[in-house]
Design a protein around this ligand. Structure first.
Ligand code: ZN
Ligand code: ZN
Length: 246
């Protein structure tokens, strides 16, 4: 992950500019080009504001990573601001893990309880997260929105669970294969598999102790002995993986 910054001049129309800037950063978030909850605004002086964001790759702001919503929002911002928006790469961000740089992944894992707000799509080969905008471009806004909303719900439930609030309810949602949360997650994994042609395994949450020896959906044995997959359990038929809690 990389930290980028942008210095903006405060002019007479600053409020309108800032509103357009928010639309633009929201569009970047929904396209996976910047991380959620990592925007930092600093007043440097009366005339200038410094904006910092975190992006998955050094190349995240390349124009060909934009979708039409980002491009339209950037054009609207540049028009009202009167200058092109140029992000400066400050360097590698050490708070957040790296992104996948593999040429091609042989499989993906969809994992909801990723720390922070990185993409929940992990590369099976390197284990790092795959920026959403690098996934097939025929995704509509709504489809990315699905992934982000599902991830948000997942994070809220893991927070509830870890804080001991509504613990039973939260654990059932996270742990039961047929909870609404996991049904939605598996639907997203399947859709992603159809779009990419790459197998997408859905990661089942496990907190207390060991998993059962049988896949929670089809009931077949699912202990993994295949070194190609870095997980304790895998069911190729149901496209499910899990690991024991340590
Ligand atoms: Zn990778
Ligand atoms: Zn199964």
């Amino acid at each position: 992950m990389f930290t980028f910054e942008l210095t903006m001049q405060k002019r007479g129309n600053h409020e309108q500019v800032f509103k357009k800037f928010r639309d633009y950063t929201m569009a970047l978030e929904l396209n996976g080009q910047i991380l959620r909850r990592h925007r930092l605004y600093t007043d440097i002086n009366e005339d200038e504001i410094l904006l910092r964001v975190v992006a998955p790759e050094a190349t995240s702001f390349n124009r060909d990573n934009e979708n039409t919503i980002v491009t339209n929002a950037r054009n609207a911002l540049e028009e009202i601001y009167g200058e092109p928006i140029v992000w400066k790469n400050v360097g590698k961000n050490l708070n957040v893990g790296d992104s996948c740089e593999c040429e091609k992944s042989s499989y993906y894992i969809l994992k909801g309880d990723m720390k922070d707000t990185v993409s929940p799509v992990l590369c099976g080969n390197c284990g790092n997260s795959v920026p959403l905008y690098t996934l097939p471009r025929n995704y509509s806004r709504e489809e990315y929105y699905d992934i982000l909303e599902w991830q948000r719900a997942y994070n809220d439930l893991t927070d509830l669970f870890k804080q001991g609030l509504d613990e039973r309810y939260a654990y059932d949602m996270l742990n039961k294969a047929n909870s609404s949360l996991n049904v939605e997650g598996r639907r997203i994994a399947k859709a992603l598999n159809e779009k990419t042609g790459i197998p997408v395994y859905y990661h089942m949450f496990k907190y207390y102790g060991k998993n059962k020896d049988e896949c929670p959906i089809c009931g077949e044995g699912w202990k993994n002995n295949d070194g190609e997959y870095n997980v304790d359990y895998i069911c190729h038929r149901c496209k499910l993986v899990s690991s024991d809690y340590e």
